[in-house]
Write a protein that binds this ligand. Structure first.
Ligand code: XMP
Length: 513
């Protein structure tokens, strides 16, 4: 029997739903996110949740379009913690009233005055919390008491200890709330009675055992890109079924310097994974000859990738399962209205159509990225691979502006390797979230010795970001830029100038193409 303690994060459309789930998991308690209208109280009971967290949301509870769950949720006997909109909804569903904040909205760091309550064990009477709201609870429902206030918000937290129902107007999940972690911990351990048994070691062992049983003696096929997700998925399945896992690694010739060999060494030589490396650079470069348009490059690479993968897979014959490196953020449905759709994500850029398989295996679909990395380390993958920055599927094709040639690939690989080396040598800590070189089409005059040169301009790009939807250009120290520029112009022939990209996203994008 699965004895994992689970918390339900009931999503009402707030921007922090994933953060809440991650904060819970950081306490070694498993949390899963479900849209508010996709789960009934009966299902909640059946799932055996230890506690339910109502997330924030953009609406007012009186707005007819605002998301409401069944009030019966409060009568399940399962503890509830409402956050922001979730607290207002909890109060409203329990018979209290909510009003637009008397002194208009409250936003930012605010002093919280907390009463004695289980939720605030270990929290000082005064501490800083993070507020972001317009409405707030005006009259608490019967059975509830106010357990915290701020200068502008008379009910910053409410509790019905007997029924184990709690609400906080502030956001305990963000780091600005200094004791937020402690408050969540109190809810999970003191209120819900969790013990914290969600450990990556156990998770990895359980998943390996489950796949061993499910796929014993059956063939599973996986497209290995060398990225974090497909690498960890490969290691998990390899532990479970050994050489029955067939990994196909398509090297399109547009990888970073030495990357193809590193993948081969890590998986085939060191881990004894059944890996087929397809060196398909010629095929891809022939298809890409003369192509300048970025979207056309992407389409050609995506299509060719599938074709190469299918050809290799056909040689293997029927496989029982096709494995994908899908992770939790890819499968979470959002609680933002009725149009919510499940995001789909396929490592190989679409499902191959000519391969016959009975099912899809997604061994990482319950994990956040940081958890995937932890499992990877536990399974013995090198830190270097597990901490790897994201790399686009079309590879260097979208970092070589205009037409792609072998010569340009070589130049870019060398320049990029130097830039990464300079940053990773410890000169920059923490490292930017993504950093790479771009080969522009612009050529300019340079001088080397007594000779005039006419070489390419390489652009360096480094960004910091939380989610890659927006990004800031990284403020790298001048000395680091100087070293990278000096080494690139000296060591990479064909480059006479180096520039640093100081555009943020938006309006620029991370990649140049
Ligand atoms: P942009 O350039 O859109 O990049 O700001 C955001 C993130 O997405 C990556 N990226 C891609 N990844 N296929 C991929 O697998 C692509 O075609 C692609 N284009 C951009 C980019 O590296 C960054 O992490």
């Amino acid at each position: 029997m699965d004895t994992t303690e689970k918390i339900l994060v009931l999503d009402f459309g707030g921007q922090y739903n994933q953060l809440i789930a991650r904060r819970v998991r950081e306490q070694s308690v498993y949390a899963e996110i479900r849209p508010y209208d996709r789960i009934t109280p009966e299902e909640m009971r059946r799932e055996g949740y230890r506690g339910i967290i109502f997330t924030g949301g953009p609406n007012s509870v009186y707005d007819p379009a605002s998301p409401h769950c069944d009030p019966a949720v409060l009568g399940l006997g399962i503890p509830v913690l409402g956050i922001c909109y979730g607290a207002q909804l909890l109060a409203y569903l329990a018979g209290g009233t909510v009003a637009a904040a008397e002194h208009a909205s409250e936003y930012g760091k605010t002093v919280l005055h907390a009463e004695n309550n289980t939720l605030f064990e270990g929290v000082p009477q005064e501490s800083v919390c993070w507020m972001s709201h317009t409405d707030s609870v005006r009259a608490v429902p019967s059975g509830f008491t106010v357990i915290a206030h701020t200068e502008k918000c008379p009910c910053a937290a409410l509790a019905d200890d007997a029924r184990r129902l709690y609400g906080v107007q502030f956001h305990p999940e963000v780091t600005h709330t200094v004791f937020g972690k402690q408050i969540l911990k109190n809810f999970l351990f003191s209120v819900c009675g969790c013990t914290g048994n969600w450990k990556m070691e156990d998770y990895a062992a359980r998943t390996v055992a489950a796949y061993r049983e499910r796929y014993a003696g059956k063939k599973v096929l996986l497209a290995l890109s060398g990225g974090v997700d497909s690498s960890v998925a490969a290691m998990l399945l390899h532990r479970a079924i050994g050489r029955d896992l067939r990994c196909v690694f398509v090297d399109h010739g547009l990888l970073r310097k030495g990357e193809g060999d590193l993948v081969e060494k890590t998986f085939r030589e060191e881990a004894d994974v059944n890996l087929i490396r397809v060196n398909a650079a010629d095929r891809f470069l022939t298809k890409l000859a003369g192509v300048r348009d970025p979207e056309t490059k992407r389409r050609i690479i995506g299509e060719e990738f599938i074709r190469v993968f299918e050809e290799e897979a056909k040689k293997i014959g029927h496989v029982h399962a096709l494995a994908q490196g899908t992770i939790y953020p890819d499968v979470i449905e959002s609680g933002k209205g009725d149009s919510a759709v499940i995001k789909s994500h396929h490592n190989v850029g679409g499902l191959p159509s000519v391969i016959s398989f009975d099912e899809i295996a997604e061994p990482l679909r319950e994990l956040f990225k940081d958890e995937v990395r932890r499992v990877g380390v536990l399974l013995g993958l090198p830190e270097k691979l597990v901490r790897r920055q994201p790399f686009p599927g079309p590879g260097l094709a979208v970092r070589i502006l205009g037409e792609i040639t072998r010569e340009k690939i070589g130049i870019l690989q060398d320049a990029d390797a130097i830039f990464r080396e300079v940053l990773e040598e410890g000169a920059v800590d923490p490292l930017p979230d993504q950093y790479f070189a771009v080969l522009t089409e612009s050529r300019s005059v340079g001088v080397m010795g007594d000779a005039r040169t006419y070489g390419y301009t390489v652009a360096l790009r480094a960004v910091t970001t939380d989610d890659f939807m927006t990004a800031e250009w990284a403020r790298l120290p001048y000395e680091v830029l100087e070293e990278a520029s000096g080494r690139i112009t000296n060591e990479v022939s064909g480059v006479s100038r180096v520039v640093y990209d100081i555009s943020s996203k938006p309006p620029a994008t991370v990649e140049w193409e």
